[in-house]
Write a protein that binds this ligand. Structure first.
Ligand SMILES: [Zn+2]
Length: 243
């Protein structure tokens, strides 16, 4: 059995009812979840797990399950260290309610979508990326000089364009035949289910991605380059922050 990853079809779901599937030393696996686990450069969600008796446990982070035979969708909800003694009282099959820290997740979604816009603005391969609630960091493979002012202006223009962001899919075979769709070399496309998830920003960008995004570029709001540096002789690091 695999965790039903509700965030894949609706990134705006903030909570859900679920059942405990498995309990580890550090956290729990559920039959379904709204928690995005760290991966593809995007930070894992944090939030709360509420038990039937009203006891509320803090979920400090979400990771892909490290257990043997785990599916890529299996999410381990890491319970805050000071509450881990409560894990001993949980049992498989128990109903729970989980809720993400939405304010934090929405920042991930805004910055993540902005990083797709960056791929349209700077047409270079990306060999590293990290998206947190505070920044999106992208390493572009290029020796070209980059202009901070130009990037900020283009970002503002694409956000103002209010383009829809939609989810599509492509077969593994079709992706293999169109390798130019893979923009981020350090992040493996979400292959494994026969189909690869594609994220389309209407008229701007199309790439395989398993992360969470806003539904329209207008929702990104104010965003700009907060830092730019030469990371290596052939890579330029660009860091974005929300206003
Ligand atoms: Zn993405």
């Amino acid at each position: 059995m695999t965790t039903e990853a509700l965030f894949r079809r609706d990134a705006y779901l903030t909570s859900c009812d679920a059942h405990v599937r498995e309990i580890t030393d550090t956290g729990v696996l559920l039959d379904r979840t709204v928690f995005y686990p760290l991966g593809g450069g995007q930070a894992g969600d944090s939030g709360w797990l509420t038990l039937g008796d009203g006891v509320r446990l803090r979920i400090a982070d979400a990771r892909k399950s490290p257990l043997d035979g785990a599916s890529p969708d299996d999410v381990l909800h890491l319970i805050a260290e000071e509450q881990r003694d409560q894990l001993a009282g949980l049992r498989a099959g128990q109903p729970v309610h989980v809720e993400i820290d939405w304010e934090r997740r929405l920042r991930h979604m805004r910055l993540h979508t902005a990083s797709h816009l960056m791929c349209a603005i700077l047409p270079y391969p990306v060999d590293g990326c990290s998206i947190t609630a505070d920044y999106a960091r992208l390493d572009f493979v290029t020796t070209e000089p980059l202009s901070r002012e130009d990037i900020d202006a283009r970002l503002a223009e694409l956000v103002a364009k209010a383009s829809d962001v939609t989810i599509d899919s492509i077969s593994n075979e079709a992706l293999a035949a169109n390798p130019e769709l893979v923009r981020t070399m350090s992040v493996k496309p979400p292959i494994g289910f026969g189909q690869v998830r594609l994220v389309r920003i209407e008229g701007i960008d199309l790439q395989p991605c398993g992360g969470t995004h806003v539904a329209n570029t207008a929702e990104i709001g104010g965003v700009r380059v907060s830092k730019m540096e030469k990371k290596t002789a052939r890579t330029r690091r660009v860091v974005l922050a929300l206003d």
